[in-house]
Ligand binder design. Structure first.
Ligand SMILES: Cc1cc2nc3c(=O)[nH]c(=O)nc-3n(C[C@H](O)[C@H](O)[C@H](O)COP(=O)(O)O)c2cc1C
Length: 245
């Protein structure tokens, strides 16, 4: 196996970091690695806001649902989908701005995720740990105001980056055959494998929390999908210029 494959397979989110700063040259290289990711229609529809101001970090940690590692990680950055930068040029070329279709939203959001994951892989390859922070979408209006995000730009997720001060277990994923299908979608024999996986995940949580009941994967995701999830997002995005035409 290649070392890149080994690296990818060893990923686990890190939520406790040492105080060690990241060398600016290393950080720069990590940003460049992220930026090299493929980008739909060459739009380059991502913007990263690197936040170093302590008070802003503190506020973001609270807005993200009191997640302390937003404050304590060596670096915290917010990944934004950005249709503004490219949209600025419609006027220059005397073209109407039609960049508020659902498709544009998908393009920019996918761009952000691809860039972030390349950046993450680069970071992990030099011994850094990461944790994505979707929690910033708990309060997207406040986050956008704090970061002065203009129309056409929205915060997709945050990212904590730093040297790990913990060594958590790798979180087991679903069996590959449940995820990878041949030719067409089918759920044949998924049930049995998912039930087995439930036991694996129960065990994983039991180890992580030092005993207890250990929730299964099916119960966890069923609960997730039975509850409203950030219902403010649609209105927020529309107000931010993503009209879903
Ligand atoms: C877009 C995204 C948002 C996430 N948001 C949070 C978050 O707000 N807080 C957190 O502690 N973990 C967050 N995570 C981490 C996931 O919980 C984690 O990736 C998942 O449980 C799998 O664990 P692993 O990364 O250790 O393999 C997020 C992950 C992704 C991809």
């Amino acid at each position: 196996m290649s070392s890149v494959i080994d690296l990818l397979k060893s990923h686990r989110s890190i939520r406790k970091f040492t105080d060690k700063a990241i060398d600016p040259e290393i950080l720069n290289d990590i940003f460049l690695a992220g930026q090299a990711a493929a980008t739909s229609s060459f739009l380059q529809g991502s913007t990263i806001i690197r936040v170093t101001n302590e008070r802003t970090r503190e506020t973001l940690a609270e807005l993200a649902g009191n997640q302390p590692y937003v404050r304590s990680a060596a670096e915290f950055m917010v990944f934004c989908a950005d249709l503004k930068r490219a949209g600025n040029y419609c006027r220059e070329y005397d073209k109407p701005f039609e960049g508020d279709y659902t498709e544009h939203f998908i393009i920019a959001t996918v761009d952000v995720a691809l860039m972030a994951q390349s950046l993450v892989t680069a970071a992990e390859s030099v011994g850094l740990g990461i944790c994505y922070i979707g929690g910033i979408r708990n309060n997207p209006i406040d986050v956008s105001k704090l970061l002065k995000l203009p129309m056409g730009v929205y915060p997709v997720f945050g990212l904590c980056l730093g040297y790990p001060d913990q060594n958590p277990e790798i979180k087991p994923r679903l069996p590959l055959s449940v995820i990878v299908k041949n030719e067409v979608y089918n759920e044949d024999s998924d049930q049995e494998k998912i039930r087995e996986y439930d036991e694996t995940i129960r065990e994983y949580y039991r180890n992580r929390t030092g005993g207890g009941h250990g929730i299964s994967w099916t119960e966890q995701v069923a609960t997730l999908l039975s509850e409203k999830s950030r219902p403010h997002m649609k209105q927020f995005l529309e107000a931010q210029g993503f009209k879903f035409k």
